[in-house]
Design a protein around this ligand. Structure first.
Ligand code: FES
Ligand code: FE2
Length: 389
């Protein structure tokens, strides 16, 4: 029997609707369609969620040397990362304190000083203003009464874990240590100091025509495994998975049958792992925007960042254990690992974009979670709803 549905005049964000999302699994409803299609909801996410939480933005390996810079975008806010002489990565607002010129437009190296392309004010690698050419007229580079200390590049709170660079725009998200502790403890048997980025052959990028949350919540659940990933499901079956839910922090799934056997040389493993990790792997979304996968012989991180309500961009970095894995002798095995994950993530593109397309329907308003297999997705919805209320 047909139901009467009206065409919504505007899909506006109603915070009251989120109270029904912030309920226990089984009693809650999923996020409404507005959360995926409404510019209004997207603006509210920028103001409430992206600015007041620790957000994963880039990888430390992208700026390996002192002076290396990379432009970043946090939901429309221009930032850049730069490695200092002290080896520390810092993240700054990407706007010159003089007239607001964007300071870093492409990946590169600043050299000794970062120079603004407009009037060539030059900054130290810690953001301090060092040189102000012609500030007091032609050939006069110093100006009495002008306090350089007041015009450093504005820095944003940042921290690095497993090579992932996190930022907190507002500075009021609480300590990074508190944020990262639950996942750091869960995976404390993995020595993060040993991970090495596989290099340019170990990066994948995907542009998605969907809201960023669909990529995250799809990653959280294994329910779709037999239907969407038939090849993966031949050796890592749905029944071999378990749910992971750490409310307020992360959720995802683990498998008990990870098989590291591949063509080519076996990869080195993290040392001193408890034996159960020989065949185990875990995949979790650390809220809000980074999807992590850990195995005895490799680690990956996929950062999801929004480009408006209905577009998102994923950057996928693969890491191995120990220096030797980045060399040519492991080139084939790195290519195999990358191809395996590329295939899986490509299979997901169709469903995340299909869910976005369905959300244009006035006949759909969030749907329903099944009672057993979608707890991790619910956990993420609940986190988002709380962050937005
Ligand atoms: S805007 Fe940067 S030096 Fe003028
Ligand atoms: Fe998937």
């Amino acid at each position: 029997m047909s139901e009467i549905v009206s065409f919504p005049s505007a899909r506006e964000f109603d915070p009251a609707a989120l109270a029904s999302v912030d309920q226990a699994y089984g009693e809650s409803r999923p996020l409404p369609s507005e959360a995926y299609v409404s510019p209004n909801y997207f603006d509210a996410e920028r103001a409430r969620m992206w600015s007041h939480n620790w957000i994963c933005l880039t990888a430390g390996s992208y700026v390996p040397n002192a002076g290396d810079t990379i432009p970043l975008d946090l939901a429309g806010v221009p930032l850049f990362a730069m490695r200092g002489r002290d080896g520390e990565i810092r993240v700054f607002h990407n706007a010159c304190p003089h007239r607001g010129m964007k300071l870093v437009s492409e990946r590169g190296n600043a050299g000794a000083l970062l120079t603004c392309p407009y009037h060539n004010w030059a900054f130290g690698l810690g953001g301090e203003l060092r040189q102000t050419p012609h500030i007091a007229g032609t050939g006069k580079h110093e100006c009495e009464g002008f306090d350089k200390l007041k015009f450093r590049i504005k820095e944003v709170a940042s921290a690095v874990w497993f090579d992932q660079v996190f930022v907190n725009l507002s500075g009021d998200a609480g300590s990074f240590e508190d944020f990262i502790r639950p996942v750091a403890q869960r995976w404390s048997m993995f020595d993060a100091s040993l991970i090495r980025h596989g290099g340019s052959d170990s990066i994948l990028t995907f542009d998605l025509d969907c809201n960023w949350k669909l990529a995250i919540e799809n990653f959280c659940e294994a329910y779709h495994l037999p239907m969407v990933h038939p090849a993966l499901n031949t050796y890592s079956k749905l029944e071999d998975h378990y749910n992971i839910e750490e409310e307020g922090h992360f959720s995802g799934q683990g498998t008990l049958v990870y098989d590291p056997a591949r063509d080519g040389a076996p990869l080195p493993k993290f040392p001193n792992l408890p034996p159960e990790w020989d065949k185990r792997a875990e995949y979790l979304a650390l809220y809000p925007n980074v999807m992590l996968g850990i195995h005895a012989d490799h680690f990956y991180a996929v950062r999801v960042l929004p480009d408006g309500p209905d577009r998102a961009h994923e950057t996928f970095d693969i890491y191995y254990v120990g220096d030797e894995t980045t060399g040519a002798s492991f080139g084939n095995v790195r290519a195999n690992v990358r191809e395996t994950w590329r295939e899986v993530f490509l299979e997901d593109v169709g469903v995340v974009e299909g869910m976005q397309a369905g959300r244009a329907s006035p006949g759909f308003d969030g749907g329903v979670f099944t009672p057993v297999l979608e707890g991790p997705s619910h956990c993420f919805h609940r986190w988002n709803a709380r962050a937005m209320m």
